[in-house]
Write a protein that binds this ligand. Structure first.
Ligand code: HEM
Length: 113
């Protein structure tokens, strides 16, 4: 159980790193796109987040459902944005900032809440 939790957490963090990585490398690019790593990272964070929540529910730990719910909504918005624009030649700076900013928001929520 502990091993599964740690494995899912590693994958969860790699998912987050993929989104943030794809976001940050484009900071200075004039033409911003949804890099495959961003979409795959969002899907990875979503799936592993649900798996981690399942493991927490099965354990005896406290599960903060409000926090999980908010993180879920945030990642769904990120995933929807990335999915919708995955083949676009370019995306607006606002869309790019929303994907990165909302992901950073989820990191802040995970750590501070
Ligand atoms: C882009 C989206 C996401 C990011 C950047 C993110 C970020 C993080 C980070 C940095 C942690 C480790 C810190 C901590 O444990 O408090 C974490 C843990 C966790 N995340 Fe996420 N998360 C995301 C999406 C989700 C979603 C959608 C869910 C659930 C539906 C979720 C559920 C969890 C759970 C349950 C843990 C804690 C595991 C534990 O303590 O055993 N996350 N997340």
């Amino acid at each position: 159980m502990e091993l599964a939790r740690n494995l899912f957490l590693v994958l969860h963090l790699l998912g987050m790193a993929s989104i943030i990585g794809g976001f940050l490398v484009q900071t200075r690019s004039e033409r911003k796109v949804v890099q495959p790593a961003m979409l795959h990272g969002a899907l990875t964070a979503l799936v592993t987040g649900l798996l981690l929540t399942g493991l927490l529910e099965m354990g005896d730990g406290d599960v903060n459902h409000t926090k999980i719910g908010v993180k879920l909504v945030v990642v769904l918005v990120v995933t929807a944005l990335a999915w919708r624009r995955r083949r676009a030649e370019s995306i607006s700076t606002g869309e790019w900032a929303a994907i990165g900013g909302l992901t950073i928001l989820n990191v802040v929520l995970a750590v501070f809440w």
